[in-house]
Write a protein that binds this ligand. Structure first.
Ligand SMILES: [Zn+2]
Length: 539
């Protein structure tokens, strides 16, 4: 838009100059040569013309001017410049104040906030755009879907802004992009980075609604439906490959909210070395995964990184010699040389049904995205007993509560004891930013406590904040693990129903939590994370 204005400005300045020379005639030329050249006047004149043209653009897209009067308003603005917009603004504020019975100052404050939001949206849109193309599931680009018809010029600005938001999210390693209405005039854009939400931008409601529409269009969602929850998906082609996104929309107070999940980054990069396991833990998991049969379940709440570890486990398996089939909801990462099946309850493709069908395809390793019902649990446990290695996740707080959860699902205790081999609980803690971390200020009580437990507290650091970590003090995450191997003794207790569920819940949770805490404390005393972060995640 800026270039356009400059071109217009240039041509009109030229036009103005030639007009003045025509209108003024030879006498004027004579007098102008006798006048001294005043650069300040020239700058003022060019500045005023630029402002006039800028406000013509503003009027063109302003909601303050009804469509019928746009052409008249454009001509008026060309001569009156900012003055007309000021008049319109005053009329708008006064009429809003009369309609809404609010004070003029209150409305002016709102308008100012709005203007600053819109300036930020321009700034966001004008950042260097990375080579990023948004495509729908059939491979059509966002401009193909969206870039025709009326108002194309305005659309292209919105499409650039949409691409920029997605590019920024990828650059900042965001796992989610959340777009929510803040109030009637402003929307908030937030990124989830390292598991924590951060506000990235406030956008004017009209601009943001257009961004939402462009995302819904590229995701194959109905733009007109703003109340009912909708699902969709789109792809982004970047220089490094393709990233896919899952989109969910729903009506909210003051507008519509959109959440976008970033999926399908290459799973090849996850290794057991990089996820944060200690040497001992890694050896245990490696030996488990190397076995031809058995079952290892990852436990943890949503966003605890259990899927990443699951992929890291799968990466240790030779996918050429062992037939690996995964059932997932959704497929979060692409695993080359493995068969990945996506669950789709709407099409009646459930975990249990998919599992039953893949068992007929003679797999060596089965990966179950999530065990959440009795049928899936039973099939998976039976598969582990009949010559398959089964890896999976279960949504639970700790290893002990995973056992409780499985028993709650009505899985027979005999099947559970014979099928399950190990449970691995996981949490993600943020790593302190190496650029700005500072030695922790510990209280006397804490120092006393560390002394008592013979813990070296000299290397404990705390978050500070710098430009690199956007002032959060953290950069990246590391996983904390707690592994429970089901010993023969424990298996016998489960099989004979000797395990009291309530007791298990009480003791196990305490034990599970404290084990996770113990592992996490190792990262604290080595300065990888902070005490505050450990408390936030594990307690
Ligand atoms: Zn920092």
């Amino acid at each position: 838009m800026g270039t356009l204005i400059l071109i217009k400005c240039f041509s009109i300045t030229q036009l103005g100059a030639s007009l003045s020379s025509i209108g003024a005639g030879p006498g004027a030329t004579l007098s102008s040569t006798s006048l001294s050249f005043n650069p300040i006047k020239l700058i003022c004149l060019v500045g005023w013309m630029y402002l006039c043209l800028y406000f013509v653009q503003r009027v063109q897209f302003s909601s303050l001017v009804p469509n019928n009067y746009k052409s008249i308003a454009n001509v008026a603005t060309l001569f009156l410049g900012p003055a007309l917009l000021l008049v319109l603004l005053i009329v708008n504020i006064v009429s809003k104040s009369i309609e809404g019975h609010r004070s003029i100052f209150e409305i002016m404050k709102e308008q100012l906030q709005n203007a600053s939001a819109s300036m930020r949206s321009l700034r966001l849109g004008s950042k260097d755009k990375k080579a990023l193309r948004l495509l729908d599931s059939s491979g059509r680009s966002i401009t193909e879907i969206y870039g025709h018809g009326e108002g194309k010029r305005e659309d292209s600005h919105i499409l650039e802004l949409t691409s920029q938001i997605v590019a920024d999210a990828l650059e900042e390693r965001a796992s989610d992009i959340l777009i929510d209405p803040k109030d009637a005039l402003t929307y908030t854009i937030r990124f989830r980075i390292d598991g924590v939400l951060r506000i990235v931008e406030h956008l004017e409601a009209a601009v943001c609604q257009a961004v939402i529409n462009s995302i819904k269009a590229v995701s194959g969602m109905d733009i007109a439906e703003r109340r009912r929850p909708l699902d969709g998906a789109f792809l982004a082609k970047t220089g490094d490959g393709t990233v896919s996104f899952r989109v969910a929309s729903a009506g909210a107070v003051n507008g519509e909210k959109l959440s976008i999940r970033v999926l399908n980054q290459n799973a090849g990069m996850f290794t057991l070395e990089s996820v944060g396991l200690s040497e001992k833990q890694r050896a245990v998991i490696e030996s488990m995964v190397a076995k031809p049969t058995g079952m290892v379940l990852m436990c943890g709440p949503t966003g605890s990184g259990k899927t990443t570890t699951l992929y890291a486990m799968l990466n240790t398996i030779d996918l050429f010699t062992r037939n690996v089939i995964t059932v997932e909801d959704p497929i979060e990462y692409v695993l080359p040389n493995a068969s990945q099946i996506e669950v789709n309850p709407k099409a009646d493709i459930t975990f249990a049904k998919s599992l039953r069908s893949i068992l007929r395809q003679d797999p060596d390793v089965i990966c179950v995205g999530e065990i959440r019902d009795e049928e899936t649990a039973a099939i998976a446990l039976r598969a582990s007993q009949t010559g398959h290695l089964v890896l999976g996740t279960i949504h639970s707080d700790s290893n002990a509560s995973a056992l409780v959860r499985l028993l709650d699902l009505n899985v027979s205790s005999l099947l559970l004891s014979s099928g399950l081999d190990a449970l691995v609980s996981q949490r993600l803690v943020r790593r302190l930013c190496n650029n700005c971390k500072v030695p922790a200020k510990l209280s006397q009580n804490q120092i006393h406590d560390f002394h008592k437990r013979a813990i070296n507290y000299k290397n404990i650091f705390q978050a500070n904040g710098c430009d690199q970590c956007h002032g959060t003090g953290y950069f990246g995450r590391i996983a904390v693990f707690d592994i429970l191997i089901l010993s023969d003794e424990l298996k016998a207790d489960i099989a004979n129903n000797k395990l009291s569920v309530t007791q298990l819940k009480k003791d196990g949770d305490k034990k599970g939590k404290s084990n996770l805490r113990k592992q996490g404390l190792k990262f604290v005393v080595s300065g990888v994370t902070s005490l505050e972060e450990l408390k936030r995640v594990i307690g």
